[in-house]
Design a protein around this ligand. Structure first.
Ligand SMILES: [Zn+2]
Ligand SMILES: [Zn+2]
Length: 255
């Protein structure tokens, strides 16, 4: 993942309000198309250019080949107003975020995120690195709003859980239980990605508290009640049910 700066040349004839309106529209459509990560919408003027900091999943994420119809429309509106761009300057790799998946053909995907990352919420099941969303077909109306909305909800729950105060128990339930609204939404997104890509897409169930190591080892799949413990853990995955496309870990407070 890369930190970058996007800028447009702004002629004197274009007022700041128009620049802000058009540029924030484009930043939003890039985000909803998976070409940028995170919710940053900061703009500043330097001489005759308007600049925005962005995080990109890959160095070429803003290349026209990744644009969708909404991005093209917003970029055209900027040109029609007289602005010239975009000029993309890569500042460097983000030290906190992992590089994205480079597997030629992932064998599975995992819907996964946590509160400390801006990476795309889809992971490759082979290398466990994030997958830029524009590599898979859009998940909602030509964009990725559904999966990005799930990511926001999950990260909000993760934040409440970590803060251990307001709504802690409710947030833990949302992330841990297979029948919570968060999990049901996530699993229907996994189903849609499995169908659109032909690649099985798993849902990860958070599991923090366990009563005993023995009970943990004997834990059954919460979807079908079947055995789902892996002989050997893969990354943080101790449990996987291929029938339900669910994954989970040994309780964090016991592992
Ligand atoms: Zn990979
Ligand atoms: Zn199952």
């Amino acid at each position: 993942m890369y930190l970058a700066q996007v800028s447009y040349f702004v002629p004197e004839s274009v007022d700041a309000e128009t620049v802000e309106f058009l540029f924030t529209n484009l930043l939003a459509t890039w985000y909803k198309n998976g070409q940028t990560c995170g919710h940053r919408m900061e703009l500043t003027f330097v001489d005759s250019r308007c600049l925005a900091p962005v995080m990109l999943p890959e160095g070429n994420a803003l290349a026209p080949e990744h644009d969708n119809a909404y991005v093209r429309k917003d970029a055209e509106a900027m040109l029609a107003a007289g602005m010239r761009g975009p000029e993309v300057t890569i500042l460097g790799e983000d030290l906190e975020e992992p590089a994205v998946c480079a597997c030629p053909l992932p064998t599975s995907y995992i819907l996964f995120t946590h509160m400390f990352t801006q990476a795309p919420p889809l992971q490759c099941g082979t290398c466990f690195r994030p997958v830029p969303l524009y590599r898979i077909p859009p998940t909602s109306d030509g964009e990725y709003l559904g999966i990005l909305g799930w990511r926001d909800d999950y990260q909000a729950c993760d934040t409440l859980w970590l803060n251990s105060g307001t709504l802690e128990r409710a947030a833990t339930r949302e992330m841990s239980r297979v029948d919570s609204s968060l999990s049901q939404n996530g699993r229907s997104i996994c189903d849609a990605i499995t169908v659109s890509t032909g690649v099985p897409t798993y849902y990860y169930l958070f599991h923090f508290h366990g009563r005993s190591a023995k009970q943990e080892r004997e834990r059954q799949c919460p979807g079908c009640g079947g055995a789902w413990r892996l002989d050997k853990p893969i990354s943080i995955i101790d449990f996987r049910c291929d029938r339900c496309r669910l994954m989970s870990s040994i309780a964090t407070d016991l592992s």
